[in-house]
Ligand binder design. Structure first.
Ligand SMILES: Nc1ncnc2c1ncn2[C@@H]1O[C@H](COP(=O)(O)OP(=O)(O)OP(=O)(O)O)[C@@H](O)[C@H]1O
Length: 283
């Protein structure tokens, strides 16, 4: 069941009310027995990056995939959202199976998933000002994006309107990531995938960006799939965690349970080795 989420939106905020997605019982994402192989271009060797993984994200839920570098988190997220190598297994996005959906339907579904990447500057076109980048999105999706103007949108991610005329190289890492989040928000997605959204940022702005993602989830009702190696980040943002090790999900459950009483040896090692360990020992 989708959880009840307070919008926290002031009464007069028409744009925010329009933004909020309708509650629905259809899970945003269901991944069933996904297998993704990568082939090494020079040796031809096949490497199994995702090995029979299943997971489910309900409407409005906040789900994390954690694991060390190379464990297959990004491959899983990209395949599961139809944005990367598809692999084998069934993936249902908003109730539509990606293996049977037609091109037109896929085009309609695409904007429902927005990805925020680790490197905000790498995600933005260096030749486009913030304003012209937003204009391009509005041209591509006029009806989806007409709920708010540029100034209002930047306000939602706590950026001053003056930044509209800046180019990516004129933005700090934190500002650029907020622009990326604004671009995602503009599309009114049902699922936001955040792939290590704070690991390229100064420590001083990491907490602000996480707080912003949490707020956007609460005010829009969008589900969140957070990819991270940082357990402290996951704990502060997510309800449910899946722990990945060498392409497999080795443990899943509510964050509080998995972090307090990890059952898998690898999860215990992660907790001991990562910043989350400090959090646990402080409790
Ligand atoms: N396009 C590709 N071609 C070949 N191998 C790939 C490709 N993409 C990823 N891999 C390999 O698949 C494995 C999983 O990579 P993936 O990026 O999904 O892991 P990850 O857990 O997200 O790691 P990181 O946090 O470092 O991004 C790694 O060994 C990686 O080298």
């Amino acid at each position: 069941m989708p959880e009840a989420v307070e919008t926290g939106v002031p009464g007069g905020d028409v744009a925010a009310r329009h933004l909020r997605t309708p509650e629905t019982d259809t899970p945003v994402l269901v991944v069933d027995d996904l297998v993704v192989d990568h082939r090494n271009r020079s040796t031809g060797e096949v490497f199994r990056a995702v090995d029979h993984v299943s997971l489910r994200i309900e409407a409005g839920q906040s789900v994390a995939v954690v694991g060390e570098s190379g464990s297959g988190k990004t491959t899983l997220a990209m395949a599961a959202t139809g944005l990367g190598t598809r692999g084998e297994g069934d993936i249902r996005l908003l109730g539509h199976s990606l293996s049977s959906v037609g091109r037109k339907e896929l085009r309609r579904l695409r904007p429902e998933v927005q990805v925020v990447f680790q490197d905000p500057h790498g995600s933005l076109d260096p030749r486009q000002s913030v304003r012209s980048g937003l204009r391009e999105l509005r041209t591509l999706q006029p009806r989806r994006t007409d709920w708010i103007d540029d100034t209002g949108l930047l306000g939602r991610v706590r950026l001053a309107p003056e930044l509209l005329d800046r180019y990516p190289h004129q933005l700090s890492g934190g500002q650029a990531q907020r622009v990326c989040i604004a671009r995602a928000l503009l599309m009114r997605p049902r699922l936001i995938v955040a792939d290590e959204p704070t690991s390229g940022l100064d420590v001083s702005v990491q907490a602000d960006v996480l707080a912003l993602l949490k707020e956007i989830r609460a005010t829009t009702g969008a589900a969140l799939l957070m990819i991270s190696h940082d357990l402290a980040v996951v704990r502060s943002v997510c309800d449910v965690v899946h722990v990945m090790y060498r392409g497999r999900v080795v443990e899943s459950g509510p964050c509080e349970t998995v972090f307090a009483t990890p059952e898998n040896e690898y999860t215990r090692e992660l907790l001991a080795a990562m910043p989350g360990a400090r959090w646990r020992s402080r409790r």
